[in-house]
Design a protein around this ligand. Structure first.
Ligand code: SF4
Ligand code: SF4
Length: 369
């Protein structure tokens, strides 16, 4: 699921400035947990499904980090993979996390949602399903026949248990669907999804199990040519004109201006425009924990340490991690400038990491703002 990645939309902020955070973290509101390395889709834009071995999060080992999760005030745990619902002890995992008092967001293909509906309804607070277009295109991109229909079955099954559970759609814009945004919104509604959001496909990073940056030929299968970018821009204009109510109600999560930035990202990939990094505070408010215990500051930057011999809290504030955060300038960083999926999280306790919370002033040094 990482290609669709983070979406804790309720907490987006316009004000956060990553550069103003302290490198040593006292709070970590969001932990992204990779719980199963394999996936039940075979998407063209991702190499995760090619992983061999089918490793999954070892729950006994994970229990070591419970104290870190509680001590660092983790509020949201985002389950990702691969496909998290493939974890053989998914219910036990959810129970353990709930005992830590966190909210659970599940990033999923939706293919196993009907089978796991009761567990999801009982434990998960938000489901985000990747949707790549209307039925035919979605199934083509996922390379799974009947994938779209299975999502519909899963949404219905979960809603039978918990009618109000937010089940959102997340669509990665790429060559196969750049002209179909309106049809994607229609598809989301037909599936009963609570909302739909869009992001540009990532073709330039080494995230998502790529051993090397993709060669141009592979990138071209996903990214857009100039004429396709114009088509996308027109499609966005049509979407804005025809779906005004959906923007108003936030059924379409992004504003029109933010959707236009997706088109701009593709222009940047072609070198037509200079890359502009998004506003992002991911490394200061979140971490990604992989199945092998390595910890990343976000999906795209390299590991800052391993929990094999340390607790999560120790890794988060290890010398390497602190050094990384102290030296990261999101606006200037090459990886950030190409990032398609940022996080801008506003949270009172995370603000403590930049010295703005008066209630606990002794715990923090002043930020640089
Ligand atoms: S194969 Fe598709 S569904 Fe699976 S992790 Fe990759 S992008 Fe997500
Ligand atoms: S690559 Fe940079 S902009 Fe993207 S999530 Fe990571 S820190 Fe944020």
């Amino acid at each position: 699921m990482p290609a669709e990645a983070l979406s804790i939309n309720a907490s987006l902020s316009k004000k956060s400035d990553a550069a103003s955070y302290e490198p040593r973290l006292t709070h970590l509101p969001i932990l992204i947990l990779n719980v199963h390395e394999q996936c039940n889709c075979r998407c063209l834009m991702c190499d995760i499904w090619q992983r061999e071995g089918g490793k999954e999060l070892d729950l006994a080992d994970f229990a070591r980090h419970r104290q870190s999760i509680e001590a660092m005030g983790v509020k949201h745990i985002v389950l990702t993979g691969g496909e998290p619902l493939m974890h053989r002890n998914f219910e036990t995992l959810c129970r353990t996390l709930k005992e830590c008092g966190v909210q659970i967001t599940l990033l999923t293909t939706g293919l196993l949602l009907a089978k796991r509906a009761k567990i999801v309804a009982d434990f998960v607070d938000e489901v985000i399903i990747s949707l790549d277009g209307p039925q035919e295109v979605h199934d083509q991109v996922r390379r799974v026949k009947g994938a779209f229909r299975l999502i519909g079955d899963g949404v219905s099954a979960v809603r039978q248990h918990t009618p109000a559970l937010p089940i959102r759609g997340r669509s990665t814009v790429q060559k196969a669907n750049h002209h179909l945004l309106r049809k994607t919104v229609e598809g989301a509604k037909s599936l009963g999804l609570s909302s739909i959001s869009f992001l540009a496909a990532d073709v330039t990073s080494q995230a998502f199990n790529r051993e090397l940056v993709w060669p141009g030929e592979r990138q071209n299968q996903i990214s857009l040519m100039p004429s396709e970018i114009r088509t996308l821009e027109e499609e966005i204009e049509w979407l804005v004109a025809e779906n005004a109510d959906d923007f108003q109600s936030k059924y379409i999560v992004e504003s029109p201006a933010k959707l236009q930035r997706i088109a701009r990202r593709f222009r940047e990939q072609l070198g037509e425009m200079p890359p502009v990094a998004p506003r992002c505070n991911a490394p200061w408010v979140s971490a990604v924990m992989e199945i092998d215990g390595s910890v990343r500051p976000c999906f795209f930057h390299p590991s800052i340490g391993s929990t094999k011999l340390q607790t999560l809290g120790e890794v988060i504030n290890s010398d390497e991690a602190v050094k990384f955060r102290a030296s990261l300038d999101v606006r200037e960083n090459d990886i950030c400038q190409r990032c398609v999926c940022s996080l801008n999280y506003k949270d009172p306790m995370a603000e403590a990491n930049r010295g703005e919370v008066e209630a606990q002033p002794r715990l923090y040094q002043a930020g640089t703002e």
